[in-house]
Design a protein around this ligand. Sequence first.
Ligand code: FAD
Length: 376
Amino acid sequence: MKAAIIGGGAVGVTSAYDLARQGAEVVLYEKDEIAGGSTGRAAGVLYDAFAAPEDARVGERAIGRFREFSGEGDFEFHETPYVWFAREGDEKRVEAIREQVPRMQESGRDVSFADADELRERFPAVNWRDVAVAAVAENAGHTDPASYADLLAEKAREEGAEIRTDTEARIDADALAVEETDGESESFDAILVAAGAHTKRLLAIAGIPVPLKPYRVQALTAGFGGTTRSEDRADLPMGYDATGGYYFRPHSEGLLAGDGTEEVESDPDDWAREADREFREITRDRLGHRLGEFGATREAWAGLCVATPDRDPLLGELRDGLYVAGGWQGHGFMRAPALGEASADAMLGENPLPEFDPTRFDGDEEFAIVEGMTVE
Ligand SMILES: Cc1cc2nc3c(=O)[nH]c(=O)nc-3n(C[C@H](O)[C@H](O)[C@H](O)COP(=O)(O)OP(=O)(O)OC[C@H]3O[C@@H](n4cnc5c(N)ncnc54)[C@H](O)[C@@H]3O)c2cc1C
């Protein structure tokens, strides 16, 4: 089979590798460099704490593959528990977490409730005083997202895939052809559009509407404060404050923290790449409260995630030979090893994730953007 992939993010390069190792002739088109889109801006928080059986399956497979690849090239999966919690007084989210955790356990996830005393004992660097309910996911970790994409692109090349960076592509859905912007056109047996925030636009140009909305999120890195004890730093978990709507994780510079979601649709070619001052300030306040003194902000940036009407991805065949993989609601990187693999399987004639069938929508649905990590 001759397959084209549009997009050299974490999902596209995984599909390229999985297709090539199964004998397909693969060409991957990336308009920038590998990980030049959202993947290179992601926080690299990885966990499998999902309740729905199909999400749990995807999460488990993804974390398993991250572990398998760890140590190859520059890619490292750093095992680190993930704690998510709601604060006292936030009844809605307290209830939501109480209800979620047993469902995750039923789906086979290694997650459990923890009270403030247990958290204090296990993760002393964090202030847990205001926590009403918390859960810990053990099958979790963090990484540098670009190192994963670079590794999988290299593995795809080794399996014979051709990776064309700096090559913007358009698709002709009727002819199943990919056209480079300099005019070169090539036809394929199957085309996968895994173009992140550009997926909707690329398909719209080809006359195919899909209900995807890019939205902007932000993150920053900061050093540790002088008073944080080194043994406490070593025990820092990844965390998500569902009441405050922000997350943090250990980082080689100290900490990485993020959120600042804008629940409005962004133009994928025209959006503010720098983090807002307000986001930097509010994040410093939040981290100060949660983690005590910490050092200067090192880097702060924005990037795009992509929402769908039901918050489930669009993955699979859209039309004869034309496949789509997108709409990850901020959880695309942590699931990429499984989603990319499933996209490759779909192109090879299997249908591993029928729940995410992209033809479940007409494409012109109206919907509000709800950030993916939101607990409600
Ligand atoms: C600040 C931030 C923090 C995040 N944190 C996390 C996290 O901790 N965990 C998590 O799971 N997810 C996180 N995400 C979401 C994550 O980044 C995405 O879900 C994931 O990277 C999507 O991967 P992808 O391969 O689908 O898309 P992308 O990485 O966006 O790749 C698509 C690629 O397609 C290319 N492209 C577009 N149009 C064309 C064209 N016409 N021709 C050729 N190439 C084209 C783009 O240049 C891009 O490289 C975060 C996102 C941001 C912005």
